[in-house]
Design a protein around this ligand. Structure first.
Ligand code: SDX
Length: 428
């Protein structure tokens, strides 16, 4: 029996259908709200508003649950690989051996980028933030592959664009880093797996032999899995709304990269390390920074803490925290900010301000510590987040297009001046 919700307004009753998803989440379908009552809803930041239905990722913020296409994030992080998870998110099922080999081969075949893209890269100063370089290079693919401009053309065209994106993003990310270092870029080595190829493009230097450390490659693969999708977060919602205008997938992903850059979203992993470094430089006084985070007159926030949805532990943070200990031990790295992070976490989890607001470590709190141990510089951390989130953005864009969703165009409540006549300049 289908449920419904009633609304009374100015003596009139209205009834709207309630839809319920496969995990018993319910929503009021207000598609006919304005036509029937003249009302719209208002919800800055969409804290209570569902933008779509989706079959890709389920998360339960109260229980700290995260699943990609029904598979637990804990199982995927332990047993799967980033490319296999990418296939799962994008095509809906874990691939057979043949499907995986074809997907992996297709991606390997597209890792090289047009030589003219180096001219775009060379136009950036070395102090350009890698996220700005990355979003620009991704958007430049619209120029080199104009067929992609009509995203609804056909399945083959979309699959080719998907392969190009997953293949070329590591190349662009590594090139953004080389631009910052003032080093010559490295070309892809298609004899290597996805993460090893990226690490070699990042760190290999001319005239020096570079061997990828399997511990580093494996840790990176796990981190990419943990970042691969997270339902309707800020950057994914950006990808969906840009794609809803039938802009190309490259333009949509480039927009998502820019949304992720913000310090309240993916940029937090860079801000966490900067915060921990500041605490270390300031004598390691975690309590002083907790007090700053609680002070309403102080704009400082405890970066890497809190989440719009998770009101319990972010399951990814738990996995990354354990991985941080494992990776640093295997690499023989002793990073004092890890101890500061753990001390800060314990202090916050026992502080009434954080308890009352259900603020827990999120995915960004420990990830930077691992990236740093892998030799990745701080301002590349959010690029790593984008590398991981790419298949999720692609899957969500593809789902939105295949469902034929309408162009996103929210309403508003106007609070500006009422009608008034124009006054000529000499009478003002
Ligand atoms: C990601 O959505 C996703 O899924 C995102 C993500 C993904 O995978 O895509 O999980 C990735 O973006 C993780 C979040 C990374 N950002 C940070 O770590 C930045 C620090 N965190 C906050 O800015 C904040 O917690 C947000 C942005 C994450 C969530 O903000 P909300 O949901 O809008 O909550 P809010 O700002 O309204 O905060 C509620 C209360 C406020 O206090 P009161 O006004 O009620 O007194 O909690 C306080 C806030 O001041 N608060 C914090 C805090 N986070 C919230 N106080 C101190 N430090 C913090 N980190």
């Amino acid at each position: 029996m289908s449920e419904s919700a009633k609304l009374s307004f100015k003596g009139q009753d209205y009834e709207f259908p309630v839809i319920t998803g496969t995990e018993n989440e319910s929503a009021i379908d207000i598609a006919k709200l304005r036509a029937s009552s003249g009302l719209i809803t208002l919800d800055p930041g969409y804290k209570n508003t569902g933008a779509t239905t989706s079959a890709i990722t389920f998360l339960d913020g109260e229980e700290g649950i995260l699943r990609y296409r029904g598979y637990r994030i804990e199982d995927l992080a332990e047993k799967s690989t980033f490319l296999e998870v990418s296939y799962l998110l994008i095509y809906g099922e874990l691939p057979t051996q043949a499907q995986y080999e074809n997907f992996s081969k297709e991606i390997t075949h597209h890792t090289l980028v047009h030589e003219d893209i180096k001219k775009i890269l060379e136009g950036f100063p070395s102090n350009a933030h890698p996220m700005g370089v990355l979003s620009s290079l991704i958007c430049s693919l619209t120029a080199f592959y104009p067929d992609s401009l009509n995203p609804v053309r056909n399945k083959e065209e979309v699959d080719l664009s998907i392969a190009r994106l997953i293949a070329k993003m590591p190349t662009f990310a590594a090139w953004a880093y080389k631009n910052e270092m003032g080093h010559p870029v490295n070309y892809p080595d298609n004899s290597l797996d996805y993460c090893s190829n990226f690490l070699k493009m990042m760190f290999a230097l001319p005239a020096e032999k570079y061997d990828v450390d399997p511990v580093v490659a494996s840790a990176l693969d796990k981190l990419l899995i943990l970042h691969a999708d997270h339902e309707q977060n800020c950057s994914t919602s950006t990808v969906r709304i840009v794609g809803s205008s039938q802009a190309s997938i490259y333009a949509s992903i480039s927009a998502g990269i820019n949304a992720l850059w913000g310090p309240l979203h993916g940029g937090a992993n860079q801000s966490v390390i900067e915060m921990l470094e500041a605490i270390k430089a300031d004598g390691g006084d975690a309590k002083k920074y907790l007090d700053k985070a609680k002070d309403k007159n102080d704009p400082f926030r405890l970066m890497g803490f809190g989440h719009r949805v998770y009101k319990n532990f972010d399951p990814r943070a738990k996995i990354i925290k354990k991985a941080a200990d494992d990776v640093l031990e295997k690499l023989g790295v002793n990073d004092p900010v890890l101890d500061i992070a753990k001390e800060l976490e314990q202090a916050a989890l026992n502080d009434q301000y954080f308890i009352d607001r259900q603020l827990y470590p999120n995915v960004d709190f420990y990830s930077g510590i691992i990236y740093r141990a892998l030799g990745i510089p701080t301002d590349m951390f959010t690029v790593m987040f984008a590398l991981g989130r790419l298949p999720g953005w692609i899957a969500q864009w593809k789902e939105m297009r295949e469902n034929g969703e309408p162009i996103g165009r929210p309403r508003q409540v106007y609070t500006g001046p009422n009608e008034r006549d124009y006054v000529s300049m000499n009478k003002r």
